[in-house]
Design a protein around this ligand. Structure first.
Ligand code: ZN
Length: 312
């Protein structure tokens, strides 16, 4: 048995998985931000609870994995910088002692989601897969030749910080023109705000006002569905940037599958099909097998399963 922990800024969810990565059960609690001892205690308590739920003894668990938001040192299982958790330099190596006397692994949440989709979701059965998560940021993970790729220093796979527009919009990372600045949900909102600022009628003005002046990516999708031409223009611009980054990934890696998850993936085929059309146009070589663009299947469970399946 293996245990996976999805440590999020809002919730901490712990799941019990088989050695093959099938999720048997999960339990969660609101994350105790800013309280490392409390957080470690919650994680241990939930790990014991999922074992009890399935009648599994803690010593039958061979490893625990944690997906964390932020930067970390794998070797010491330490979260070095966790903005969303309001805590830095927290080690989880002993968090499950004394009941779970097994190795504890750690990786970033986006990599765990990629590994989870690869093992039990939309990426099953291929050797090379790119996961793209469209949320507040644009996260991702690379599965190359059947393994999670983390580079020489454990921090590879930050696909959201590939530049798609030289000297373009500023990004949270300090650079400009990153894919994340355009193709995250936040990026879509940004494109919409810019379009509204240029003037013109749009349902988005009313939606934004009703939401206390705050525009959301879903509103752009909803307005487009209602026939709003400004929202449609924003969406098309968004799709161009999204496809641009995907084409870069394809040119470098030529994966069998690209799996798209995160909040914006909820727009489903209405997002995927125009993106697929642009990818086809951008191909370098049309006469060989091409990357397939698919929606993620596991939702939030991907991060739990991937965390459980982490390996040294
Ligand atoms: Zn960036």
């Amino acid at each position: 048995m293996k245990i996976g922990v999805d440590l999020g800024g809002t919730n901490t969810v712990v799941g019990l998985c088989t050695d093959e990565g099938a999720l048997l059960c999960k339990q969660g609690t609101p994350t105790r931000t800013g309280d490392p001892d409390g957080l470690r205690a919650d994680m241990r308590r939930l790990a014991l609870a999922v074992c009890a739920e399935k009648g599994v003894a803690p010593d039958e668990v061979c490893q625990v994995g944690i997906g964390v938001p932020g930067s970390f040192i794998k070797r010491t299982c330490t979260l070095t910088f966790g903005t969303n958790l309001q805590m830095d330099d927290v080690s989880f190596a002993q968090a499950f002692q004394p009941e779970f006397n097994c190795p504890v692994y750690l990786d970033n949440d986006a990599n765990c989601a990629a590994l989870g989709e690869y093992i039990g979701g939309a990426g099953r059965g291929v050797r090379n897969m790119v996961m793209v998560t469209l949320g507040t940021g644009l996260g991702g993970g690379l599965i190359l030749d059947g393994k999670l790729y983390t580079g020489a220093n454990d921090i590879a796979g930050e696909i959201g910080h590939m530049v798609v527009h030289y000297n373009g919009l500023p990004c949270n990372c300090g650079r400009r023109g990153c894919w994340e600045a355009y193709s995250s949900a936040t990026g879509m909102v940004r494109l919409a705000e810019a379009a509204l600022a240029r003037g013109g009628d749009s349902l988005l003005r009313g939606m934004k006002a009703e939401n206390g002046g705050r525009l959301m990516a879903k509103m752009v999708c909803d307005a487009r569905d209602a026939g709003d031409s400004l929202a449609d223009g924003v969406f098309r611009q968004y799709v161009e940037y999204f496809a641009c980054g995907l084409n870069n990934m394809i040119a470098i890696l030529q994966p069998e599958k690209i799996v798209v998850g995160g909040g914006l993936a909820g727009y489903g085929e209405k997002l995927m099909s125009p993106v697929r059309a642009l990818i086809r146009r951008g191909l370098m070589k049309a006469d060989c097998e091409q990357a397939e663009l698919v929606l993620a299947e596991l939702g939030n469970d991907a991060g739990i399963i991937g965390a459980a399946m982490l390996a040294r």
